[in-house]
Design a protein around this ligand. Structure first.
Ligand SMILES: [Zn+2]
Length: 163
């Protein structure tokens, strides 16, 4: 299965003013504008080859929980804690090869439905885990490979040698 589970990032997208819906310039107007810009740049001794512009982008402003119907608005704490799954089923999937899987759950439903299986850890736990793994790394023994579970603890001495 390919895909990702992600939380909505705060402030990832910005809103744009509602009066931004003016008609885009015609190709002729755009070409004339670019000619004017190039002429202005030449007058001040600059020649630019890339022309920057801004454009509005879509953004998520509201998420409704698929399970309980809770509505979370952009800027709310509940919005930041929504769990959105957007995944594509692969070959052999029980959902059918190539089908899209989508669900938006509030944090409360996420905990209610998956609570017993969720692995919740503190903010620094992953770093401690990574530091422990890295401390077992021996470049002479591992030859540049990252240590595996066989390298951890006393069972490492009885583990078969890998070639
Ligand atoms: Zn919910």
């Amino acid at each position: 299965m390919r895909g990702c589970i992600h939380k909505i990032a705060s402030g990832a997208k910005q809103s744009f003013p509602s009066d931004h819906a003016a008609l885009p310039p015609t190709p002729a107007q755009r070409a004339a504008d670019l000619d004017n810009i190039v002429a202005e740049q030449r007058n001040v001794g600059l020649i630019i080859m890339q022309f920057k512009d801004v454009r509005p982008e879509p953004f998520t402003k509201e998420i409704r929980c698929d399970r309980c119907g809770r509505v979370a608005l952009l800027g709310d704490a509940e919005f930041e804690e929504m769990v959105c799954i957007d995944s594509r089923a692969g070959y052999g999937s029980v959902f059918g090869d190539g089908n899209d899987l989508l669900v938006d759950l509030c944090q409360h439903c996420f905990k209610d439905v998956l609570g017993p299986w969720l692995r919740v850890s503190g903010p620094g736990d992953r770093q401690v885990q990574l530091d422990n793994m890295l401390s077992r790394f021996d470049p002479e023994r591992h030859g540049g490979e990252f240590p595996g579970t066989a390298d951890a603890g006393p069972q490492a001495e009885t583990a078969p040698e890998r070639h």
